[in-house]
Design a binder for this molecule. Sequence first.
Ligand code: ASC
Length: 230
Amino acid sequence: MEGYGLFLVLLVSALLLGFLSVLFALIWVFHYREGLSWDGGSAEFNWHPVLIITGFVFIQGIAIIVYRLPWTWKCSKLLIKFIHAGLNTIAMILAIVSLVAVFDFHNAKNIPNMYSLHSWIGLAAVIFYTLQLVLGFAVFLLPFAPVSLRASLMPIHIYSGLLIFATVIATALMGFTEKLIFALKNPAYSTSPPEAIFVNTLGLLILIFGALILWMATRPHWKRPPEQNS
Ligand code: ASC
């Protein structure tokens, strides 16, 4: 339980940043943009940032650190695995719906798909996230894989999970920049109107959220104690 107080401070900070990021996303689309609907217009596109920030950033971040919560150490490990897999499944569904919203909006408006770096890396992140989830389920949740296979795949599972999460944050930042350059014409992004400052701030919030999650997830002394594994 070394530095448990610091862990709690970081956890509460991350939760606040996560909730604030979702709130900022909602204020962005409702106050500065066209709101939310499913009509082939801009309000359909707006589901994309809202669902990505809620699912792919916030919920994925919490799913990553769920094993680190000290009050779960007395729960069965199987239960925590189900919570980890369940949160990641919710995040995957929200990410896929958010992609459908963008493709649907693009197709309705005859905007080309998959030409930007944001779209390449973002689609790769969703594909690898889905593979990671299916593989993790098959190896670590189902009772068939031998312990030797679990042990050899665990470092890869942890590394790819953290890499995908960091990639999602980077992709979100690219997406903010892209959207602000496209959407802010008069006044232009380059003149720093209030929406530009607001969304740049949202980018900072998400980056700090990601930094805290990665720190909490990579401190060896905050790991679930092995002797309490089920
Ligand atoms: C699991 C599990 C672990 C690891 C370990 C191999 O499925 O619960 O703690 O894999 O058995 O590293």
